[in-house]
Design a protein around this ligand. Sequence first.
Ligand SMILES: *Cc1c(COP(=O)(O)O)cnc(C)c1O
Length: 482
Amino acid sequence: MELLEPQPLIFEKSRPGARAARFPAFADGGADLDAAVPAQFRRREAAGLPELSEIEVVRHFTRLSQLNFSVDTHFYPLGSCTMKYNPKVNDRMAALPGFAAMHPYQPAATAQGALELLDDLEHLLCEICGMDRFSLQPAAGAHGEFTGLLVIRAHLKSKGEGHRNKVLVPDSAHGTNPSSARQAGFDVVTVPSLPSGQVDVAALERLAGPDTAALMLTNPNTLGVFESRIGDMAAIIHRAGGLLYYDGANMNALLGLARPGDMGFDVVHLNLHKSFSTPHGGGGPGAGPVGVKAFLDPYLPVPRLRRVEGALAWDHDRPQSVGRVRSFAGNFGILVRAYTYIRAHGAEGMERNSRAAIINANYLKAKVRARYREAAPGPCMHEFVVVPDEAIARGIKVADIAKRLLDFGFHSPTLSWPIRNCLMIEPTETESRETLDRFADALTRIADEAASDPEKVRSAPHRLPVRRMDEVAAARNLDLRA
Ligand SMILES: *Cc1c(COP(=O)(O)O)cnc(C)c1O
């Protein structure tokens, strides 16, 4: 592995007088400029910027960009986040001038191609999820959850059931679920899980009642376990008069294999920036479309696409709608990428991908379980959760293991969620067996080191340009300007 030496900061590289482009002097001595920027608005001292040649600047920033971990450079088994390969053809399609050069205020009559794509994408997502309608507006998973819950609330109110104020959320749920429920004005009731990792259905039955608005569920759940009693859970919630919300942020085990609509879910959101291979990380952009069964269609965000005499147009006249949740048509470039992914793979390709994601996760799990305890024994779906008992007993934290993995060229798994001191590992379908073997070897070696040389793990990373941060000092003496 390449050893990266610490490089000087760009300010340390500065040499007085070094320049990139040189502009010719003003022919008139700068008289126009004097008129354009009055003296009192001008800088009195030079800005103190580093002085460098163009190639030094290019190399500095190119090198910085390569210090980062990314899906395009490293294996990224960040459980629940589905950091799969993002095919470059998706970007090529989104960059087609006919899409990329559009203006959001362009009249619909001149944007029929783009609107056809949105309309087609909506229908494809309906077919994939077993839903009747989709809104492509929400810009992220959490945004989709919030929108979906607003839809549920609007529906309950219109039925005179506005008193239903409880949303049931299993203890293994993604943190966005309870916060979206609170944001949408509901109270959160936690549903416990069984030792198997599945929802305690008997507890769910006790908790569901006349105040239940909805159950929010991820299936397979965040332990990578399929909730096989989903039929019973749907019956319990519907009998109690509530609705079923599917957190489909991670559909990587289900695409082409099973549909939330068929499991009894009334509302779903998808993360196109996970399962549908559009890039994510670093805060965006994303897309979290929301799908509903037909009876909830009137409440979806405005505007909706409608075909009038063969042409698509935006319909704003929907009095029961929850309103707009995002500007324009959502993150259009991300929608084009997801559309490309769906069209490029087709139903069969997506099913193959799901099967490969499940096999990869089970293969990796089988390779590491000798040294890392499985949180939920038995076969998993797209991801699995393990606890490094031996290392923890020696005073090593899961974050230490994550930092040691960086030395071997791997991004960290998700840590300490959904249970304490765990690693949540999602290999995705796009990784080769060789990569999975190398990752399993690294985890095994770290388990060995935890026994033979624990300080090596505790003080990792050793081979990166930035070493261990002082997390306590960083929290106590926060300096956001450094
Ligand atoms: C990622 C994720 C979310 C949230 O999605 P964002 O786009 O980050 O808001 C919600 N639920 C689950 C299960 C997730 O994995």
